[in-house]
Design a protein around this ligand. Structure first.
Ligand code: ADP
Ligand code: G6P
Length: 472
């Protein structure tokens, strides 16, 4: 493990195109401390996206290991230098579950659940951000690029700049940045904006998020400038829309792996050779799982779909389970699955298969291969990588993607069947259309979708961001 060496604080900014290391600062590390000495892969899109990038270059990752109390010493994981940041039980409650996941997450996702604001959570958010900033300042050497990620760490860019004015600092928000109608609710909106404005480059998943941020910075943080460049005092901050993506090659290759193909065949047989409607999500209220089940139930109730012809498979990975809105979502989902199967299942033929567990990449790819129709229908989502992963596995151009208009991915994947998940009639009609799409139409759509994802893969995304940062 390379020894961390404090940088030269008085040094001037490094020249553009510096060949320093990449320091990622994110709440989650790529691995998560599951129990005594056990590590597992961390959940969610942030880790899925960043892992392949860091696998290709010398990198350092500063983040939380998922435990409480003393952090493990720095270690090396798959060529990557890992620097754990310790969170206490109180930090987990107030910074992670509280401010991050009960204030900011719902606020930034259209207030689908009502955000709560508490002074204590905010104080702990500030303290914890300060700790991440100090950890990054200790690890970074002169010339390194520091890339801070997501809503947990919005104060880090400014805090880090105060500690290390010599560094180039970038920030990427993986979730939507809300419009003024919602952002203005945040009691600490000015501090959050000033925190983000400490970066040289601030980037978002979509143009509308980028625009929302620039407008809020002008309105509430005294910044000036345009949508793409905001000025605070003598500093200019580049504001960009850079939609994140996946490692296309990884999923394309997995889909041709004989073991995966065999597993897919077996799953299909076990499902009774019926048409398969698949969904894969973190068990989160933003993902619209209840709305999706309701749509499917409605089609069954009206006899527009039958259990002899089609089956729905919902794979849901547990997430943020102590937050009450998540417990409630799980209860509602499980209740709906029980109700639908109670009314419609036949011997040997359930209507909905529900798996609440995390799967390996291979098993996930096998399910993608089995899916005649992929339902990706969040109520709001920064991007949604599952949609792109599905497309990358469809080498034979079969299959159809039904995609919510409210996922960032809908801005790029225009040839999917786009739906409003709250419009049960429109949603149901799109699913029926997906099931009966003429094969030439389906193939043409899938070919274009695959071209979109292949051309704009995660390496392309990282390259674009780092070029902005090095040139800033
Ligand atoms: P989010 O970041 O909100 O969780 P994304 O769709 O962007 O949503 O990313 C989710 C990531 O987690 C994807 O890479 C997907 O493959 C992975 N994932 C989702 N559900 C599971 C599961 N049950 N088992 C394993 N990985 C999963
Ligand atoms: C989303 C967020 C990530 C987060 C992930 C998993 O992708 O944008 O920042 O890591 O969900 O959530 P968790 O709370 O388990 O880290």
């Amino acid at each position: 493990m390379p020894k961390a060496k404090p940088g030269d604080h008085a040094a001037p900014s490094p020249p553009a195109r510096s060949r320093g290391r990449l320091i990622v600062v994110a709440n989650r590390l790529p691995v998560n401390r599951a129990g005594a000495g056990d590590w597992s892969r961390s959940p969610g899109g942030l880790v899925s996206a960043l892992e392949p990038i860091l696998a290709r270059r010398r990198g350092v990752w500063v983040g939380w290991d998922g435990g409480t109390g003393r952090a493990p010493r720095p270690f090396v994981h798959q060529n990557l230098s890992i620097h754990p940041v310790a969170l206490s039980a109180r930090d987990v409650e107030q910074f992670y579950n509280g401010m991050s996941n009960r204030s900011l997450w719902p606020l930034y996702h259209d207030a689908i659940r009502t955000p709560e604001f508490h002074r204590r959570w905010w104080e702990t958010y500030q303290d914890t951000n300060q700790r991440f900033a100090r950890a990054a300042a200790r690890v970074a050497r002169r010339g390194d690029l520091v890339w801070v990620h997501d809503y947990h760490l919005q104060l880090v860019p400014r805090m880090l700049r105060e500690l290390r004015p010599d560094l180039r600092i970038g920030f990427f928000l993986h979730i939507p940045f809300p419009p003024e109608e919602l952002f203005a609710w945040l009691p600490w909106r000015t501090a959050v904006l000033k925190g983000l404005l400490g970066a040289d480059v601030v980037a978002f998943q979509t143009q509308s998020s980028a625009q929302n941020f620039s407008r809020m910075a002008r309105r509430y943080a005294g910044a000036e400038g345009t949508d793409a460049r905001v000025e605070t005092g003598p500093r200019a901050v580049r504001v960009r829309a850079l939609p994140i993506s996946i490692d296309f090659q990884e999923f394309d290759t997995l889909a041709a792996d004989p073991k995966v193909v065999r597993a897919a065949k077996e799953i299909r047989q076990r499902l009774g050779g019926r048409r398969v409607l698949l969904s894969v999500d973190r068990l989160d209220y933003t993902k619209g799982i209840e709305h999706r089940l309701y749509m499917f139930e409605d089609l069954l109730d009206r006899g527009l779909i039958g259990v002899d012809d089609a089956v729905m498979v919902q794979i849901a990975v547990p997430s943020r389970e102590v937050v009450p809105d998540y417990t409630q979502t799980r209860t509602q989902v499980e209740h709906s699955v029980g109700r639908i199967n109670g009314a419609h299942a036949e011997p040997g033929r359930v209507a909905v298969h529900y798996f609440r567990r995390s799967l390996s990449r291979q098993d996930l790819a096998a399910y993608y291969l089995v899916a005649d129709v992929m339902l990706v229908t969040p109520l709001r989502d920064g991007m949604n990588l599952v949609a792109k992963e599905y497309v990358a596995t469809r080498r034979d151009l079969s299959g159809a993607l039904v995609l919510s208009e409210f996922a960032g991915a809908a801005r790029e994947l225009r040839r999917a069947l786009l739906v409003n998940p709250r419009d049960v009639d429109g949603f149901g009609a799109a699913v029926r259309q997906a099931l009966s799409l003429p094969s030439e139409d389906a193939r043409q759509r899938m070919a274009i979708l695959r071209m979109n994802v292949r051309r704009h893969d995660v390496h392309d995304w990282a390259r674009a961001f780092l070029e902005e940062l090095e040139g800033s």
